[in-house]
Design a protein. Sequence first.
Length: 89
Amino acid sequence: LPRGFGGLRHLAFLILTENSLTGSLPDDIGMCPRLLTLQVAKNRMSGTIPPSVGSMPVLAGLDLSHNHFSGPLPTSLCNLTALQHLTLA
């Protein structure tokens, strides 16, 4: 995904499932304060999950499953108090 998603302040849903995406989640993804759903499942994304993911105050659904992410889960995920659905398989 390209950098710059953090500038999309009114973005509520980002659903990119099954698009053969490669690369990593950009660090600025956490700068989307109104993002409710982030789905990037079933791609070929890699790298670590950026800690900024835990900075989205209204994020209710997060699906990062069926990718090639590595490393530990960021502790910032504990800040996602609105989270209702989390899929990391």
